[in-house]
Ligand binder design. Structure first.
Ligand code: OGA
Ligand code: MN
Length: 280
């Protein structure tokens, strides 16, 4: 297997592995080590099916079924552990996947629950060439590079992570709008996340409707704006220009991601798994 860094501070490509076949423990261990170092790993030109995606995903931890989507639909009834990210609609207009064709703002997945998933894995099946890129930002680097006064300002602080909206800004089923971020429903997590290896990462979830507990609203807004502008600095981001057959995995609590909008008349279909916790 051949590991190539994709940018100075995040992401690596791995060549020479066929994810359509069972992998040896040594290969899995090598992937894990590369994933710990680069946080985002991409495999290209894979021809795999949903069973292969599930087998591959399970090498790295416990599967976590999709969270509630705005439509209340199980997209793949035969594969309830797999989520579909797509703009495609059935003949009657029913969405066949999540997130539509608009921008998905910077976020980490499902941080609005107590124990958010530790990883996401996307398999690209149909792609609008040259559009709908997905960006990733390394929150370990972002934390390390924080100016001291910001490190001090967030030390011990807790953030509310909005449960009501998805990353496309749509209201999830069962939630209603709140206007004051102090009333945002969702889990509360420390702004500094420490992972199993003791590494610290800036843990922001998503910007809209966020609130730092204990601060006057205006101070929370100001501090969050500063943190977000730092967190999404291009120095530690990279984007994937998708190709059919890409399989891309990211460490959800150590990385933020966002997606560009794309031409909605072109089909984009991704199958996706998520891992509750990573195997040691
Ligand atoms: C996701 C997500 C981005 C994309 O699957 O969690 O944000 O590129 N997807 O569709
Ligand atoms: Mn996401």
């Amino acid at each position: 297997m051949e590991i190539t860094q994709l940018s100075p501070n995040i992401g690596a490509n791995i060549d020479g592995i066929d994810l359509g076949k069972p992998l040896s423990p040594e290969i899995i261990q090598n992937i894990k080590e590369a994933w710990d170092e680069h946080l985002v790993i991409r495999f290209r030109n894979q021809s795999i099916n949903d069973d292969d995606l599930l087998r591959f995903s399970k090498y790295f931890g416990e599967l976590d079924p999709p969270g509630p989507n705005p439509y209340g639909i199980t997209f793949l009834p035969e594969y309830p552990e797999i989520n579909v990210i797509s703009n495609v609609k059935a003949a009657d207009g029913t969405p066949m996947g999540n997130l539509g064709d608009g921008e998905a703002v910077w976020h980490a997945d499902m941080t609005y629950i107590e124990k958010p998933p530790e990883a996401g894995i996307l398999h690209a099946l149909e792609i609008p060439v040259g559009q709908g890129h997905t960006y990733f930002a390394n929150m370990i680097k972002a934390y390390d590079a924080l100016p001291n006064e910001l490190k001090e300002a967030i030390e011990g602080k807790i953030l509310i992570h909005d449960a009501a909206h998805n990353s496309a800004g749509m209201l999830r089923k069962g939630y209603s709008e709140v206007t004051d971020p102090r009333d945002t429903p969702g889990a509360r997590h420390p702004l500094v996340w420490t992972n199993q290896n003791g590494r610290k990462a800036l843990f922001l979830g998503r910007r809209p409707h966020a609130y730092i507990l204990g601060l006057p609203l205006s101070e929370s807004e100001l501090l969050l704006d500063k943190l977000w502008s730092h967190a999404t600095n291009s120095a530690w981001t990279w984007f994937n220009e998708w190709q059919v057959g890409d399989v891309l995995m990211w460490q959800n609590l150590l990385v933020l991601h966002r997606r560009d909008a794309f031409d909605g008349s072109i089909r984009r279909v991704m199958h996706r798994t998520q891992l509750k916790s990573l195997a040691a």
